[in-house]
Design a protein around this ligand. Structure first.
Ligand code: FAD
Length: 490
């Protein structure tokens, strides 16, 4: 079928001529086409509309993308319920006991939990859709690909093809769960994280393969929700990419809560066995369970995008090559988010998308700085990190000093019954500039912000410790860590 060509009324120069960072001659009225409506795509669309571009966003499954529909929003909503269950664990310690004879125990009603998860995800997608429309962004449901630089073709669900001409194209197609040929998900017992919310009851014995952030978050949440959980970790400890002390705390908590952690164990295959699953490890051991969650990473959605035909280079692992202002190897084509493999976080995808538009449309732009990205693992307690790691300091790669304050000494933590967790701060020797930090605590995701602000504004440990904190508060330990890193004059 011949594609329908849509051409916005404002004529514009075809490609930005300025290719230096922070320079571009394309301005208001430019035709911007964005493929993919996750955070990389929709945040870019908002910026482009604000700068006066004519913006079209093409999305296959729903605005908000995987972040909203299957990944961030559903997982964090599920974890919010798990958190309530974790709190009930220590009710006795805080002097709360069952009324009368009945035993005070709670269980998760999975039908309600999953319905809430899906309802919130859909509502969030609708909110973003409405916001984009209010800003005048055209949303086309369908699957887009590059026909050539400057032209995108969309296959719509109605079987039509729409051809869009573009001065600027942004590819923000995200990633999907990696599937191992020996562990094909069936959507019932062998699951990827996108299929979890179809369960109507708590899995009796859930085997989680993969102990990175996704695996650890789900393992912790399902354990709190009442499932027996076996976590299969190919490494010495869970969360191998995180601060070692933080990962130790989480592994200790997991074990204390009754999770079976199989370290140095690699899954060879996962098979359905009647009403359950059987996971065979590479050393021949067999683990039985009722369900298996495969959390072995993601693969970028970069096939069938017409990249090779348009000259857009990809890496060996299929990610789109981008520089720090999100340019691909082809002028006028940008890419953002998980399809670039830069750092698989919604916040990074969104920033890459915004940067792409600022650059393409000639606004002031600072290149992406990964040194300022704060990230969080939503276990209980959470692990939040920002800036350089302790390993970089102890190895001498970055000249600095470190301090660790266990939260157990913090008065507010004592009142709240928090026994695990700590605050670590890393600072530059001599100048005292804050270089990084790790927080392991309930709501570490909120507590990391002062450290992030310190890094992005080049504050010193003295500057953060001279600011007032509430007494008693967990953030008091951040100021105290700053005081401990003070270097006396002379
Ligand atoms: C379980 C889980 C939990 C996570 N939790 C967090 C968290 O708490 N915080 C955080 O920062 N990050 C989290 N992440 C990472 C985060 O989800 C991703 O980094 C983020 O979604 C990347 O955004 P994106 O815009 O690149 O892609 P996506 O959100 O994947 O969106 C891409 C969109 O592009 C669409 N698309 C693909 N191809 C086409 C095409 N050809 N035409 C049209 N549309 C197309 C897809 O349908 C999809 O909707 C989590 C990831 C997982 C797996």
């Amino acid at each position: 079928m011949a594609p329908v060509t849509t051409t916005p009324s404002t004529p514009v120069e075809k490609y930005p001529s300025g290719s230096a960072v922070g320079q571009s001659s394309t301005r208001a009225g430019s035709r911007v086409v964005i493929i993919g409506g996750g955070p990389g795509g929709y945040e870019a669309a908002l910026v482009a509309a604000q700068l006066g571009a004519d913006v079209t966003l093409v999305e296959t499954k729903g605005v908000g993308g995987s972040a909203v529909l299957t990944d961030v929003v559903p997982s964090k909503t599920l974890i919010a319920t798990a958190e309530w269950m974790t709190l009930t664990e220590s009710a006795g310690d805080r002097g709360i006991r069952p009324r009368g004879e009945s035993e005070a125990s709670y269980e998760a009603d999975f039908a309600t939990v999953d319905a809430r998860v899906l309802r919130l995800a859909k509502a969030q997608s609708r909110d973003i859709h409405a916001r984009l429309e209010r800003e005048g962004i055209r949303i086309i449901a369908g699957t887009g690909h590059l026909e050539e630089p400057g032209a995108v073709v969309v296959d719509t669900p109605e079987g039509q093809q729409v051809r869009l001409e573009a001065d600027v194209t942004l590819l923000a197609t995200g990633a999907r769960p990696r599937v191992l040929p020996t562990a094909e998900p069936d959507g019932e017992r062998i699951l990827t994280w996108t299929q979890l919310y179809e369960l109507t009851e708590v899995p009796r014995r859930l085997i989680v393969v993969g102990s990175g952030v996704t695996g650890a978050e789900f393992a912790g949440a399902y354990r709190a929700l009442g499932a027996e959980v076996v976590l299969v970790s190919s490494r010495d400890r869970v969360l191998p990419g995180e601060d070692a002390d933080a990962a130790d705390v989480i592994e200790g908590v997991f074990k204390r809560r009754g999770m079976h952690v199989l370290a140095r164990s690699r899954a060879e295959s996962v098979r359905r066995r009647g009403d359950g699953v059987q996971v065979e490890l590479t050393d021949g051991r067999i683990v039985h369970g009722s369900h298996c969650l495969m959390a072995v990473g993601g693969v970028p959605n970069t096939e069938d995008l017409g990249l090779a035909e348009s000259g857009v280079a990809i890496t060996e692992r299929g990610h789109i090559h981008v520089d720090r202002v999100s340019r691909t190897t082809v002028r006028g084509i940008y890419a953002a988010g998980d399809c670039t493999g830069v750092l698989p976080l919604a916040s990074v995808a969104a920033m890459q998308g915004r940067i792409a538009m600022w650059h393409a449309l000639g606004d002031a732009v600072a290149p992406l700085d990964l040194g300022q990205v704060s990230a969080n693992v939503f276990t209980a307690p959470e692990i939040a990190t920002v800036g350089v790691s302790e390993k970089q300091i102890t190895s001498g790669e970055v000249p600095g000093k470190t301090v660790t304050l266990p939260l157990a000494r913090n008065p507010r933590a004592k009142m709240l019954g928090i026994r695990e967790g700590f605050i670590k701060i890393f600072a530059h020797h001599g100048s005292g500039a804050v270089l990084g930090g790790v927080v392991v605590a309930p709501r570490a995701s909120e507590l990391i912000f002062p450290i992030t602000l310190a890094i992005s504004n080049r504050l010193t440990v003295d500057e953060i410790s001279n600011a007032f904190t509430v007494y008693p508060s967990l953030s008091g330990s951040i100021a105290e860590a700053g005081r401990m890193l003070h270097e006396a004059n002379g």
